[in-house]
Design a protein around this ligand. Structure first.
Ligand code: CDT
Length: 311
């Protein structure tokens, strides 16, 4: 039986501070319909898809930044997307800012949800590798304050069972860390879905703008090949209120080849008929984990974070 399935990636152009969530969700619904016209069964949307990338701004009080967060699943704002996806029989990944009350305190995460083609919520992932700082650096044209607004994710890197196989989720900066994908692959993930908001300018270290896209693609391709898995990567991009972010949304095959790529920095749907068995030969040969991994030598991966020199 063929395991071919059409996957779509829905890249988003800018979302400005003054855009309402209703306007943004209408754009997502429009792209969902376009994905459906391509025969897609699954769509990947970006990180923090419902709002502008607000961690670039400095807010001190929750009353100022809670407007960017969602409570409950689906939240009121998300409802039209959930309803249309269920009506069309399309599953999706959606990134959003999650707020919840737990153990007598308010918690906030940078989260993604995986919804099945029948509308069932299959799982949730909370971003683990939060980039940037808690306190403003100052002296920059924008900040990157994810550590200020979000807790580190507490759900690990699961591989969720779906009608099309096991899928893993991660979010933006997670894609730069090989550990992210290897853990999901060890749990059986054959498809990695991720959304991102990557500023064109690196405020932490000046580097040529072209490297931002180069490192994005490098990370996606190596994640795919080294784990024999498909990668669905959706950018939010373009100039949000004057702050530029890279595009380059892509679908990458388990061979490490980019099979579809967005060309704009705007709302754009790309789709590809993916053979979910394509990675099987890679996982049976060069990356047969059970035969070739040497965990007795991997201790430092989980025992330490920074570099430790022993002599
Ligand atoms: N959203 C996000 O995680 N962006 C980061 C920016 C890194 S520079 C602080 C990324 O890895 O693309």
């Amino acid at each position: 039986m063929s395991r071919k399935e059409v996957f779509a990636v829905a890249q988003m152009g800018p979302v400005h501070l003054h855009d309402t969530k209703a306007q943004v969700v209408a754009r997502l619904v429009e792209m969902l319909r376009e994905a459906h016209s391509h025969g897609a069964r699954w769509v990947t949307f970006p990180e923090l898809a419902l709002t502008t990338f607000f961690p670039r701004y400095i807010y001190d009080n929750p009353e100022e930044y809670d407007v960017f967060f969602e409570e409950g699943l689906p939240s009121l704002a998300m409802l039209p997307l959930f309803e249309e996806a269920k009506a069309l029989g399309i599953g999706f990944y959606l990134g959003y800012a999650e707020k919840l009350e737990e153990g007598g305190r308010t918690r906030r995460f940078n989260t993604s949800v995986l919804v099945g083609p029948d509308g069932a919520i299959l799982g949730k992932y909370r971003k683990i590798h939060l980039p940037g700082t808690k306190d403003p650096i100052g002296d920059r044209e924008f900040e990157h304050l994810e550590k200020r607004y979000f807790e580190v994710g507490d759900l690990g890197f699961p591989a969720f069972k779906t009608p099309s196989g096991r899928f893993g989720m991660c979010i933006c900066n997670d894609r730069r860390w090989p550990e992210t994908f290897r853990v999901m692959a060890l749990r059986g993930a054959e498809v990695f879905m991720l959304g991102y908001n990557t500023p064109t300018r690196n405020i932490h270290h000046p580097e040529p703008a072209h490297l931002r896209e180069f490192h994005n693609r490098l990370s996606l391709k190596s994640a795919a090949y080294q784990n024999g898995a498909w990668v669905m990567a959706a950018a939010k991009c373009g100039s949000e209120d004057g702050f530029a972010m890279i595009g380059g949304s892509a679908i990458v095959a388990p061979t490490g080849e980019v099979v579809a790529r967005a060309v704009s920095e705007d709302d754009e749907v790309i789709a590809y008929n993916c053979d979910l068995d394509l990675g099987a030969y890679i996982r049976r040969s060069v990356f047969d984990f059970a035969r070739h991994r040497r965990i007795e030598h991997y201790g430092p991966i989980t025992a330490q974070t920074g570099i430790e020199v022993t002599e």
